[in-house]
Every structure is written in C-alpha cells, then in structure tokens.
Ligand binder design. Structure first.
Ligand code: FMN
Length: 440
C-alpha cells in the first residue's frame, strides 16, 4: 500500500486520513471588514474534495492593522462578532466536507506588512525590510504589546476551534513576527525578549504554551518554522536545531519545516538579492534534491520528538513515497500544485499522477522569447519572483471563482495584475475603515 495513503495519528489523539497536506497559501479573499467570504467557502470545498488529509489555511491575522496582504482574514478582536463567526463556520464546514483536517494558520506579519497596508509595521526592533521601498520602518514593540499578542494567538486559536477548524498552526517562519523575533538581525532587543537564543525564542515558546493551554490537550497545535533564514548573521540552522530541542517539551502535534524570508525567498526555491553579500549560497546537495529543505529536515528529525512535515519543492510521487519510506518525515507538504489543480492529492494518492504540476519551472516572463527564463539582473529577478507569486495568487482567486482550467497569463501580465489587485483591495479596505469610523 502507498505510504502516502496511510493515516497518521497525532500526539493529541486526532488522526490525519493520509500523509498529504496542502500547505498554507494566503488567499487574499477577505471582504472589506477582513471577514471570510463565499470565495473561501468555494475554494476550500474544492481543496477538501481534492483529497489532502490536512489543509492549512493561509495567514489568518491576529492584528487587523498589520496584515501580510490586504485581503487577509483577520480575527481581531477575538472572540469575534456573530456574523464573522458565522462566516468562519461556513469556511470550516466547507474545508472539512470530505472528512479531512483543516487547520487555521495564525499569524502576525510583523515588519513584513507592505506600505499599502500600513505605514506603521511592528517588530522586535526598528529594523526595516529593504525591498523596493515597499516596507516602512517598523516600530519596536513594547513588552505589554508582546504579552498582548501572545494572548491574541491563543484567543484566535480558541475562535478557530469554536468555528469548526480542526487544528491550528502557529506561523513562526518566513520572517513574519515570531520568525523575526528568532533572528539576531531583526531582533536587537536587550530585554528578556532579545539577545540570547533563549530570549529570542521566548515569544514563540510562550505563544505555544498559551495556545495549548487555551485549546486543551486534545486539539492539534502545529508550528511552521524556518530550518534556516539563509541570511548571514540571521537565524541559523544550528539555532533551529536548538529551538527544536526546546519545542520537544511543548506537546506539538506537527512541526512544518520551511526556510527563508522576503529578503531571501528560499521558501519558494528562489535565491535572494543577486550577488548580495548577505546571502548564503545554496548547498549543492540542496540543489540536487527535489524537496529543497529535506537535508535540513533530516538533521532536525534526529532531534525532534514531535511529528515532522516538510514543504517546498515536492513534485514527484516517487520522491514523496521515498521520503516517507526513509522515515525522513511523517507528512508531505504541497502548495503550488494545488493552485492550478485542486485535486492533485487525490490523483497522487490514487496513483493516477506521477508528477504534480510545476508551472513555476516553465512560466515565461513575457510573451514570446523576449524575456524568457530568469534574468540575472536584480530587478528582473524581483519581477520574476513577484510575478510568479502573483501568478499563483491569481490561480487561487480563479479556483475560488469556480475556474476549471488554469488562467493563461505570462509572469509580466501576472505582475501587473498583482499590483493592481493589491492596491485596489488596499484602497477599498481603507475606504471601508474610514466609512466605519465616520459612520457613513
Ligand atoms: C501563492 C502562495 C501563497 C503562500 N502563502 C503562504 C502563507 O500564507 N503562509 C505560509 O506559511 N506559507 C505560504 N506560502 C508558502 C507555502 O506554504 C510553501 O511553503 C511554498 O510554496 C513551498 O511549497 P511548494 O513548493 O509545494 O509550493 C505561500 C506560497 C504560495 C505559492
């Protein structure tokens, strides 16, 4: 029998029906009040029918001021009002309709909230993200705000449970708030929340404890963590190993391994700024492996006592089965293939698909041969990364609108559509906020 198709029992007692997980992907489908909509319902009904044993939602924010994207769902305040709760319930019902698990990814964007969302991002320290001037200088959080955010993660987790989500994942990867606390580059605090690794990991560990206490022992709680930030002087692989050792004591149900930040988008298999001195070169062994964090995960596996999931680059059924057979992880994460083909997991499990769709490898920058392939020039590189990411955002929206075939669009076309969507959504949300304030 296929190992992928085997159920998996989590430490809390819940069971995932198989080993495939749709990893978190930001949906950008919220309404002006940052509530879930019918588009979430349609999208997650399709993904539920798509066969993965576990679906993790995209970033659901604990702070409506500091979003990762303008169309994020935010649960702030938590507990939330009756109408928002009704919408969350519909989302959860649709996302579990095929008997799979649906976990809410709970997140704070920290300093990675673009200017068109906020001019006042926040972080452990006032260290600005420099990416085309699109991110304002963050404000260093006060201790009482840190303590408040820890409780917010927990309250959002309780809201998720009450709404019918079957678990939560705390987002501590990719440079968002909890991840930025771990990194000595972004966390330059001299109080109990910065300095030593133990202090930098304090917010993550306190957040897990508060969440576990709030949801109880029988509800799945997971964490997404960077294997490495891949920045010189940043959160390193050695530090990750130490944090995992501490996490062993926290009763986690699943640890998802990823890597990188906005400055170093290894999560998507891309390198960071071309030629940047801050960049750590990609290992040769990583380049050879289909799942590009697997070597890191193997090292983590030797230390970790909790179940492990690896995400990033998995495309062939053979590699997924081999990874499970070697005991390198327990759950396989898949993201981009499900943007264009919602039933990828079902087909992989049934043996009808040997290779999941990997458009990111073949997308053309522009029409014809003019801009084909990845340009070594920094700006083209950014255009390529953002355009490709925008391309996937647009496929998700297309699925949510009932689309059956992938949208046909070049990377350049997707880049401009992405800018247009983000700015107009941000504009609509600001207008709604102003109207709510003035009672108009
Ligand atoms: C469109 C898109 C949106 C994403 N949004 C999130 C997110 O909200 N939270 C998160 O932890 N990772 C997010 N990711 C990263 C994925 O979860 C995953 O780590 C990455 O895509 C690598 O997996 P893949 O090679 O199977 O696509 C996103 C990726 C894509 C392509």
């Amino acid at each position: 029998m296929s190992l992928l198709a085997q159920p998996f029992r989590l430490p809390c007692g819940a069971t995932l029906p198989n080993r495939l997980c749709k990893a978190a992907m930001t949906e950008g489908l919220a309404d002006e009040q940052l509530r879930a909509t019918g588009r979430h319902v349609e999208l997650y009904r399709r993904w539920s029918e798509g066969g993965a044993g576990l679906l993790v939602t995209g970033n659901v924010m604990i702070d409506r001021r500091v979003l990762e994207r303008p169309g994020n769902v935010a649960i702030d305040p938590a507990p939330t009002d009756a109408e928002s709760m009704r919408r969350l319930r519909e989302w959860a019902k649709a996302g579990t309709s095929a008997g799979n698990h649906l976990w809410m990814q709970i997140s704070h964007a920290g300093r990675q909230s673009p200017r068109y969302v906020t001019g006042e991002p926040m972080g452990p320290s006032a260290v600005q993200l420099e990416l085309l001037g699109n991110y304002a200088r963050p404000r260093a959080l006060r201790e009482e705000e840190i303590l408040d955010f820890i409780q917010r993660y927990a309250r959002v987790a309780v809201t998720a449970r009450e709404a019918g989500f079957t678990g939560v994942q705390i987002h501590a990867a990719h440079g968002y708030l909890l991840s930025s606390f771990l990194s000595p580059i972004t966390n330059q605090r001299t109080d109990a929340w910065g300095g030593s690794l133990q202090n930098r990991a304090r917010m993550l560990i306190e957040t897990i404890r508060a969440t576990r206490k709030a949801v109880g022992a029988d509800f799945p709680v997971g964490v997404k963590l960077n294997s490495d930030d891949f920045r010189k002087g940043g959160f390193s692989h050695a530090e990750c190993l130490q944090v995992v050792e501490w996490l062993n004591a926290e009763g986690l149900d699943l640890l998802e391994i990823s890597g990188g930040t906005y400055e170093q988008p290894r999560l998507l298999g891309f390198d960071g700024k071309a030629g940047s001195k801050a960049e750590e070169p990609q290992r040769e062994s990583t380049k050879k492996r289909e799942a590009y964090f697997l070597d890191y995960a193997v090292a983590i596996r030797k230390i970790a006592k909790m179940p492990l999931m690896v995400v990033g680059g998995f495309r062939t059924r053979a590699a997924m089965e081999a990874t499970l057979a070697a005991g390198e992880c327990d759950v396989i994460g898949l993201a981009r293939p499900l943007c264009t083909h919602a039933d990828t997991p079902r087909q992989l499990l049934a043996g009808e698909m040997a290779v999941a769709p990997a458009f990111e490898k073949t997308l053309k920058l522009g029409p014809g041969k003019l801009f084909s392939g990845v340009s070594p020039v920094f700006l083209f590189k950014i255009l390529h990364v953002l355009g490709t990411q925008g391309w996937y955002y647009q496929q998700i929206a297309h699925l949510a609108d009932g689309g059956r075939e992938p949208l046909q669009r070049s990377v350049i076309g997707a880049f401009f559509a992405y800018l247009w969507d983000e700015y107009t959504t941000a504009f609509r949300m600001r207008r709604a906020r102003r109207a709510a304030k003035t009672g108009a």
